[in-house]
Design a protein around this ligand. Structure first.
Ligand SMILES: Nc1ncnc2c1ncn2[C@@H]1O[C@H](COP(=O)(O)OP(=O)(O)OP(=O)(O)O)[C@@H](O)[C@H]1O
Ligand SMILES: O=C(CO)[C@H](O)[C@H](O)COP(=O)(O)O
Length: 297
């Protein structure tokens, strides 16, 4: 966390929609002339796709719990160092995980591998992280504390699974049975390491379908925006300050469901995010400019 080199994190389970939210932020950054350092959480997995299969087999034989949701499957100390270095000096080291054939072909590498570690460009205005562990806090590593703004993306679980199954089968070349097995294997880590993060965020966006999703393992479409509602919850310690009445007036069909909670029609989720985060980003940039000016003087 630093005024001079601000950081925003979006955290959520696999298939929750964090990459989708990142694209919205990219648009806001572009419109405001902000140059972000984009960090994908999957880059901090400890294993590539082939190594992961071997690690899974080893842990299965030993009867140990293991998944990419838990700290053992990730280089969280490296993520922690990146965030610390960025906050201190606006730099750090990152890489990318190549999920799809297209991403892999673009850099002439096999799918399911990592690009080499590289230093971030030196002239970025803000670090933006999206992934599984933005709100992670463990015995020795506290990722959450590095963010100036932390956002949770949490569709209700049936919807999250539908999204994961569709994305993994259509874009990442997995078969539905394997995706279901992955969901099962990750469950202890989901409960222990993913869910607690949503109590450390500033704001959570929880999409709730209005159509039947009672068997997410049956092949089906992802419910459309207009077939869902979004519960927007501001945690008690949220650093994002909004005027609920003004927000509701700008979002037709929105209402307040609880002291710190709004309900917004699904098709207005992006607009709600824009209204909530545009001013927050502007504030971070103003603080950054002030800190930079002070540094110069
Ligand atoms: N608000 C939304 N409405 C409809 N579909 C959505 C929404 N958000 C995400 N999806 C769909 O859900 C799938 C998963 O989304 P996305 O790739 O953003 O997840 P993710 O959290 O980044 O996953 P991972 O961390 O595994 O990469 C995609 O097919 C995406 O189009
Ligand atoms: O948890 C995940 C993303 O958050 C993915 O399952 C993980 O990155 C492995 O990806 P792939 O199945 O494309 O090898």
């Amino acid at each position: 966390m630093s005024a001079r080199h601000p950081t925003i994190g979006v955290t959520g389970s696999s298939g929750a929609g964090t990459s989708t939210v990142m694209r919205l932020f990219q648009r806001i950054f572009e419109e405001q002339g902000i140059k972000p350092a984009l960090v994908e959480g999957d880059a901090f997995h400890a294993y590539d796709r082939v190594q992961l299969r071997a690690a899974m087999e080893r842990t299965r034989i030993r009867g140990e719990n293991f998944s990419l949701f838990g700290p053992g499957g990730n280089l969280l100390e490296r993520l922690h160092s990146l965030l610390r270095d960025y906050s201190d000096a606006g730099n750090g080291v990152v890489r990318r995980y190549l999920h799809t054939e297209a991403e892999a072909a673009a850099v002439s590498q096999p799918v399911g591998t990592f690009t080499p570690w590289e230093r971030l460009p030196t002239d970025t205005d803000i670090l933006f992280y999206e992934g599984l562990h933005g709100g992670y806090v463990g015995d020795e590593i506290d990722v959450a504390r590095h963010f100036d703004l932390l956002i949770g993306v949490v569709p209700v679980i049936n919807l999250e699974w539908i999204q994961k199954i569709r994305r993994d089968t259509e874009e990442r070349g997995h078969n539905p049975e394997d995706v279901a097995r992955t969901i099962l294997r990750r469950m202890p880590d989901y409960v222990n390491h993913i869910i607690p993060q949503f109590s450390r965020t500033d704001v959570n966006f929880q999409r709730v379908p209005l159509v039947d999703t009672s068997n997410p393992f049956e092949v089906q479409e992802i419910p459309a925006a207009e077939e869902s509602l979004v519960v927007v919850h501001f945690n008690k310690t949220s650093r994002v300050k909004v005027n609920f009445d003004k927000l509701i007036a700008s979002l037709p069909g929105a209402s307040k469901s609880h002291e710190q909670t709004l309900v917004v029609p699904g098709q207005l989720m992006e607009k709600a995010m824009e209204l909530i985060f545009r001013p927050a980003i502007e504030k971070l940039m103003q603080k950054r400019d002030k800190a930079a000016a002070k540094e110069k003087s």
